[in-house]
Structure formats: structure tokens, C-alpha cells
Design a protein around this ligand. Structure first.
Ligand code: ATP
Ligand code: MG
Length: 632
């Protein structure tokens, strides 16, 4: 079979071949990035279909994203004798899509897609409604972080009854978790996590059905196994229990979804739960040039929690990874885009390039430069506009009010920052009609139970009015200092959101504001960028030959000729929260951050650029501590 593949120009090395034609039983393929794990999985699927004559619908092939599944199907077409109808017959997709199909098939009423709760703000709203019972002021509590925590529990198969709370934050989220689950039950709704949990429960409750599925599938193949979580792992274990024909491929060094309950430990559990599993190690890297592989090896070697493994590059076209040191985020964006332009002018395709970043917000400057550059580019659907972030919107609303004292949206947005409830808005509107004054003026006349607060509100009016004469940057600084914005952020930060701190957003905003001299221009720019974000997302769906703008998380499994990693400084990669954890004695988050950089670096085939801005968020930055191992 391997020879037949060779004739079709599909080359496999000995270790890869061993995994592809492995006989029945459990198989674990463990190997570094770019070593052909996904290729092995594709080739093995083809092998099972054509050589072993396995019926397509008896094979379950799980990928990490829907895009990866589509990609694999296209690849399969190149394999000898694989027919289109076989490819279509495969049970393939993400865990969610596959198990949802099973549920919907058996219980179409209950699992009707109309009942799917998949819109973020709707889910957040359920929590907010519940949060009112705890007097959690709508916009001060980090509901996004709470949703994430709930997802973590669910994917770890931890029911509300089983949650162990350690902090008051945990207690609050647990309360919300209970309410959230009850709400869904009452309204017969379900969310994405329920698709897997529901299937797991179904198989537990109905042994006959479980047996049917155990008989129905002969082979299980799973890509990116290092990122499975508990419920996914248990499902595969249940279904494969009879035949144990499970082939999983993964790389413990690329486990980067701990916040969703992924854990590279499952690789170890696999060897425990499938004791006769064969293990194949791949050590050749077919993706990246020698010096990129070397840099990746050096970075990841610093992690303690890993299996030591080495990768050898097959390619030697040697461009050493390049570190560059822009002044700040703005110059970083300019340098990258200038470089891309030059390379395209000398023959490169836009599709050769990817710009990778640690968090969504880090992409602001690059996004802005790209929109005005006429280069074709694409962004992920989950990259929201920087200017739509809650904290940013609140801050910009002060600026808006200075230009239009009757802007209702702006008033609504600043209420929480002045520690006022949304219900105040109705009173303000009535006041403004009765007394024929602007909404802003009415803010200064609000009566509260606290005279210090009344004084503050009265003072706020002239302060906001005085903003118009200032530059956007000076205006933002004044709001921060004189309108209690910092106190507001502090209170919000104390509600447990370690992932995105509002104060960081404001620092980012100040960097952006520096480019503008008038508030009016800056606000116009913000509106335009928010609109462009929506439009670009729409266009991205069709764009093929375009520069990719992506988080590192989203780029997993993919490859690009030329990769730029932005913000390789402490606080970004590794993220601040990991540094905080380290100070508190927990080094695991730092190791996950190192894995993230490893994933980023190993996406590059020919050239790798690591950007190390000297200043980030308006402050001096130090190069990422992960770089010390590769600087020569
Ligand atoms: P990741 O860990 O990033 O998911 P991977 O281990 O899945 O990487 P693949 O994506 O399967 O690696 O392969 C990396 C690149 O190397 C692909 O372009 C693939 O086509 C190529 N490749 C894999 N094996 C070989 C081989 N034996 N000969 C030539 N090219 C190969
Ligand atoms: Mg892969």
C-alpha cells in the first residue's frame, strides 16, 4: 500500500507508514508539530477504506475544527481508489457536530436546532438575570469569565452539586451555573456543551443504544488528541469499548485549551485505559526549515511537564528566525505590513502570510493598518472589534457626550461607571423634558442617598464639557483621573476577571488615541473600524488568497510559508495572568503559554518573524522570557 501511495506522490516515512497500516487495536501517535500526524490520520483513513474495505460509515474521524474536516476530505481525494461517495459516507467533523447528529437523530424533538442556545449575549443574559438576585451590578461583574468557568465545569463533567468552591467568586459562579442549568431545563433549551454531555448521559442511561453504537462503528480516528477534555475522552472510551480500534494522534506540547478543560494528561490516561495500545513516535519535521525547528525545540525544551522529544528538520533552506524590535504596537503593525507588501511585490502571494497574536485585542493596530492598506486579508469570526469592547465603549461614551450632551446611548453606557443603575436612565429622560435641559446636565442633578456621590456627579458635568478642547489622549486621561473611572475598573477587576482586565483595554485605547488630534476624528475612526470589522468578517468567508490574521489558538494544525508573531513580550506571551499565577506559585499556566508560543512558531514553513515591541500599552516592555533560549 505504501508503494501505491508513492506512485500517487504521497510519501510516508517508515514510522508514519507503520501507523498508517497498523492492524486493529489502540494506537497512539505522539509527535511534535509538523511531523505528519494529520497526514497519517488521512492516509490511515484511506487505507481502511481501500485496503481493509471498511465501510465508510463505520469510521468515525474526529477533527478539531470543521475546517480541518473539510480539508481532510479534500486531501482524501488524492489517495488512490478513494471515491467521493466514500468520503461523503465518513462520519467526520468535530466532536460537537458528530455527537449532536446522534442526539438529533434519536430525539429530534428535544434536540431540535431551534432550541440551541448558541448566541453569546443570550447566554450572558441568562447569567445577568440570575446575577440580579445576588445584586451583581450588570456591567461590573465579569460575566464572560463566568460563562467560561461554567463551560469548564461542564466539559469536565462536573455538575453544580459536585462543584467545590474555594473563593467567593467560585460561589457566585456556582450560583449562576445552577440558575443557568435550571433556566435551560425549564425552557427546554440546550447549549453547545450539552451536546456532548447529553450524549454521554444518553449512553449511560440507555445501554442498548450504547451497544448499538459500539457495534455500529469499527474505527475511531482522532486528530489533536492533546486537546480533548473529559467529556470527549469519556465518549470515545465508551464507544470504542468493545473493539478498541482507536487511533489518536497528538502532541502534548501543543495542548493549549486548558481553559476549556483540555488536558494533555488524557494522553497518559489513554495508555492506562487502552493498555495494549501501540505507541508510534514520529521525529521528522516536514513542515519547517531547519532553523525554525531548532528554535521551536529550544523553546519547548524549557517546559518541565512534558515528554522529552526531538524533532529533526527535513528541510535545510536556512532563514534563521528574525527578531525585530519596533517602538510600539503602531510601528509593529507598520513594519509587518511594509514587509508583506515588499514580499508580495517580489512575487509572494498574500495567502503565504499569517500574522498571529496571543489575544484578540492585540490585533487592533494590525487590523487598522490592514484595512487602510488595500492588501486582501481575512480574520476569524470570533475576532470582535476592539472598539466594541465594553470598557472601551464606556470610555468613548464620555467623549461622545462631550460632543452631544443628549446622546442616550452614551449616557446609558456611562451609568455603570458612575455607579448608577440603568433604571436611572428613565428618570433622566423625564427630567430633561421637564426642565428643558440636556441629559448630561440632569446627571449633575441626580439625588442619591450619598452626598459624596451627588457632589461627584455635579462635578462630572463641567469635567465632561471641558473635554472638547482636549486631544483624545488628554481627554481619556482626564476621565480616568477625575471621574472615578479607575475605581470603577478596580471594582470590576475584583470580580474575578483575570483574563481581560479593563485597565489593559484603556491602556490600549490610549495607544490608539495618540494618532488623533481631535475627539471628533477619533470617534469617527472608532465607528469606522467597528463597521469594518463586521464587513471584513463577512468578506473573510469567501476570501482565499489573503493574508491571515489569527489568534494562535485558531491557527493550530495549520501552516503558512511566512509567519509573524506579534507582541512577543512578557505580559502578552506569556500572558499577564500566567505571570500572576507564577508569582502565586503555580507554574502550569506559564507552561501553557510556552506551548502557545511553540504552536505559533511551528506554523511557519519558510520564514518566521518574532516581533518584540519595546513599548506595549504605553509602558516599557521586556522581551518574552521564552525568547532567552533562542537568542544567539
Ligand atoms: P501539527 O502538529 O501542526 O498539527 P502535523 O503533525 O499534523 O502538524 P501535518 O500537518 O500532517 O503535521 O504535516 C505537516 C506538513 O508536512 C504538511 O504540509 C504535510 O503535507 C507534510 N508532510 C507530512 N509527512 C510528509 C512526508 N512523509 N513527506 C513529505 N511531506 C510530508
Ligand atoms: Mg495536525
Amino acid at each position: 500500500y505504501i508503494k501505491a501511495l508513492l506512485k500517487a506522490n504521497i510519501y510516508l516515512d517508515d514510522n508514519q507508514a507503520e501507523a498508517v497500516i497498523h492492524s486493529n487495536g489502540a494506537l497512539l501517535v505522539l509527535a511534535g508539530a509538523g511531523s505528519g500526524k494529520t497526514r497519517v490520520l488521512t492516509a490511515r483513513t484511506a487505507y481502511l477504506l481501500t485496503e481493509q474495505k471498511v465501510q465508510a460509515n463505520r469510521i468515525m474521524l474526529v477533527t478539531f475544527t470543521a475546517k480541518a474536516a473539510a480539508e481532510m476530505k479534500t486531501r482524501l481525494l488524492n489517495y488512490p481508489n478513494v471515491s467521493k461517495s466514500q468520503i461523503n459516507g465518513l462520519v467526520t467533523g468535530t466532536f460537537h457536530s458528530i455527537f449532536y447528529r446522534i442526539l438529533a437523530y434519536h430525539y429530534p424533538e428535544k434536540w431540535n436546532s431551534k432550541r440551541l442556545l448558541n448566541i453569546e449575549w443570550q447566554r450572558r443574559q441568562i447569567l445577568k438575570d440570575a446575577g440580579r438576585e445576588l445584586d451583581l451590578e450588570e456591567k461590573e461583574f465579569a460575566y464572560d469569565a463566568a460563562l467560561q468557568q461554567i463551560g469548564y465545569w461542564k466539559n469536565s463533567l462536573v455538575t453544580p452539586e459536585q462543584v467545590k468552591t474555594e473563593t467567593s467568586w467560585d460561589e457566585k459562579v456556582l450560583f449562576l451555573y445552577e440558575r443557568y442549568e435550571n433556566f435551560k431545563k425549564e425552557k427546554a433549551l440546550f447549549d453547545f456543551d450539552d451536546m456532548l454531555i447529553g450524549c454521554y448521559q444518553l449512553f449511560q442511561e440507555e445501554p442498548l443504544l450504547l451497544e448499538r453504537y459500539q457495534n455500529r462503528f469499527d474505527y475511531f480516528l482522532i486528530d489533536e488528541f492533546q486537546d480533548v477534555n473529559k467529556v470527549q475522552y469519556e465518549l470515545i472510551k465508551l464507544l470504542s469499548d468493545k473493539k478498541k480500534n482507536v487511533c489518536v494522534v497528538g502532541d502534548d506540547d501543543q495542548s493549549i485549551y486548558a481553559f476549556r478543560g483540555s488536558d494533555p494528561q488524557y494522553i497518559r490516561y489513554f495508555e492506562r485505559d487502552f493498555p495494549k495500545a501501540d505507541v508510534v513516535l514520529l521525529s521528522e519535521n516536514y513542515r519547517s526549515s531547519h532553523s525554525i525547528v531548532e528554535a521551536a525545540n529550544k523553546i519547548i525544551a524549557q517546559n518541565k511537564q512534558r515528554r522529552p522529544k526531538q524533532m529533526h528538520a527535513q528541510f535545510t533552506n536556512n532563514y534563521a528566525p528574525v527578531l525585530f524590535f519596533p517602538e510600539d504596537e503602531e510601528e509593529e503593525a507598520t513594519m509587518i505590513i511594509t514587509d508583506i507588501r515588499e514580499k508580495i511585490a517580489s512575487g509572494a502571494d498574500p495567502g503565504d502570510f499569517a500574522i498571529l497574536f496571543r489575544t484578540n485585542t492585540a490585533s487592533r493596530a494590525v487590523f487598522e493598518r490592514l484595512t487602510t492598506s488595500s492588501l486582501p486579508f481575512k480574520i476569524d469570526q470570533d475576532i470582535d472589534s476592539f472598539y466594541e469592547r465594553f470598557i472601551i465603549k464606556s470610555m468613548l461614551s464620555f467623549l461622545k457626550l462631550s460632543l452631544n450632551e443628549d446622546d442616550q446611548h452614551a449616557i446609558a453606557n456611562i451609568l455603570p461607571t458612575l455607579f448608577l443603575k440603568q433604571t436611572v436612565l428613565t428618570d433622566l429622560k423625564a427630567e430633561s423634558i421637564l426642565n428643558d435641559c440636556t441629559l448630561l446636565e440632569c446627571i449633575g442633578r441626580i439625588k442619591t442617598n450619598f452626598s459624596f456621590q451627588e457632589k461627584k456627579l455635579k462635578k462630572a458635568v463641567p469635567i465632561i464639557r471641558s473635554l472638547t478642547a482636549k486631544t483624545p489622549l488628554a481627554a481619556i486621561e482626564k476621565i480616568e483621573k477625575e471621574l472615578g473611572f479607575q475605581e470603577f475598573l478596580k471594582k470590576r477587576g475584583n470580580e474575578g476577571n483575570q483574563w481581560d482586565k479593563g485597565s489593559d483595554d484603556i491602556r490600549d485605547l490610549k495607544v490608539a488615541a495618540k494618532n488623533f488630534t481631535s475627539i471628533h476624528e477619533f470617534l469617527e475612526h472608532a465607528d469606522h473600524m467597528a463597521a469594518m470589522n463586521k464587513e471584513m468578517k463577512q468578506q473573510s468567508k469567501q476570501r482565499k488568497n489573503a493574508v491571515t490574521l489569527s489568534t494562535i489558538h485558531r491557527a493550530k494544525g495549520l501552516e503558512y510559508k511566512i509567519v509573524y508573531v506579534i507582541g512577543t513580550v512578557d505580559g502578552s506571551i506569556p500572558h499577564d495572568y500566567a505571570l500572576d499565577s507564577l508569582r502565586a506559585g503555580d507554574s502550569e499556566p506559564l507552561e501553557e503559554e510556552r506551548r502557545l508560543l511553540y504552536v505559533a512558531v511551528t506554523r511557519a514553513q519558510e520564514k518566521l518573524f518574532l516581533s518584540v515591541p519595546q513599548n506595549r500599552r504605553g509602558k516599557k516592555a521586556s522581551p518574552s522570557r521564552f525568547l532567552t533560549s533562542i537568542r544567539y
